[in-house]
Every structure is written in structure tokens, then in C-alpha cells.
Design a protein around this ligand. Sequence first.
Ligand code: TYD
Length: 219
Amino acid sequence: MTPPRQNPRALFIVLEGIDGSGTTTQLARLAGHLRARDRQVLSTCEPSRGPVGQLLREILLGEHKSTSGAPVDGRAMALLFAADRCDHLAREIEPALVAGVDVLSDRYVWSSLAYQSVEADRLWVEKLAEGIRVPDLTVFLDVSLEVAAERRRSAGRPIERYDGDGTLARVADNYRRIASEAARWGAVAVLDGAGTAAEVERQIAAEVARIIERDGAPS
Ligand code: TYD
């Protein structure tokens, strides 16, 4: 069997949306789609699998409260997510791109802009994101709060720090605002995430094919 050829130019693609929007499902489908086209792919996520990411996952599940029971401070969360991103870039994303491997990430900078702005000053959160590598494409899966809540319920997902309806409504508004400022945060595709997994997969594949064509590379 011939080994997969090196990608003409490795792509960095991010999937974003509120909890239950389908980013994890679609990331796996997109990875399969690209591999079937003979591209090498690294599937990753944030919080990352690195040390800061591990700590964040514990905090998201309600650990590390203060002795009075207060959750970790919102500004501290913003700094931790930013630190995790630097570590993730250095540890996984940059080496893969240099090696010609496409990187697909379930969440990245937009998550910080959308979620941490609920608990910390938005302009300060934006400052933390300055100078961070811009993806080739951010796909924002826009779904209603109701659809997302039903998907979380049926997947039996544990309730995490940001899963309250009031919080997620603000996060969803933030995502839509960021999408409207797209040029600032790189190329974006805003897709209706409420369709079937196969429908959404086709739309994402079409967006990615456009980027590959733009690069003049065979898809
Ligand atoms: P999620 O992506 O749903 O992962 P899992 O399927 O493992 O639960 O959860 C990650 C949570 O972290 C989600 O609520 C969004 C939040 N988050 C932020 O608040 N800021 C960030 O920068 C990132 C990457 C995630």
C-alpha cells in the first residue's frame, strides 16, 4: 500500500458552536472525508489533551471550587483557556501543520470570545486572542438553544459550567456577533446546524472544497 501523500498545503480548520451544536460529530465526519481524499489529518479539540486542558476539563465539571464553594473566577478561566491554546498550538497544531498534516479542531479562539465574554470583559478577552494563529476556515454551526439542549440530553452529556440556558443564550448571541465581524477573526462559514448530520456534513465538505480549490490543490 502506498503511504498517503503529503498534503499540498496543510489546512487548519476549526468547528465552533454552542454545546450540542454538533461540532464533535461533524469533526469526525470531516476527518473521514479528508482522509478519503488522501489527505493526512490530525483531529484535535479544546480544551486540549495537554496539562492545562486537563485542568480545564476538571473545572468545567465543577471541581476545584473555593472553600466557600465558589467556582473558579471567570478571568482566571479566560487566562487558562488562552494558556491552553498556546500550549495546544506549540504541542500539537504547529508541528502537524509543518509536517503537512491538516489540523481539525473542535473549538478554538471563537469559543473564548463567545464563552469567556460572558464572565469577563469582552475587550480584554479579545486582547488575549490577539496574535494567535488564524485558522484557514472557522465553521460556525448555528443551532437554536432548544435543538442544542435536546441533543445534549439525548447524548446523556454531563451538565458543565456553561450549560445553563441563560448562559448559552448569551454565548449564542456572542457567536452571531463574532460571525458578523468575520474578517477580523479569519475566513468563516456560518451554517445551519439543525439539519441531519449528513446534510451538515455535505455543507461543510463544500466549504472545505472551496478552500482547497482556492489553494489550487487537487481535492
Ligand atoms: P465541549 O467542547 O462540549 O467538550 P466535551 O464534549 O468534552 O464536554 O466542552 C468544552 C466546554 O468548554 C464548552 O462548554 C465550551 C467551553 N470553552 C470555553 O468556555 N472557552 C474556550 O476557549 C473553549 C475552547 C471551550
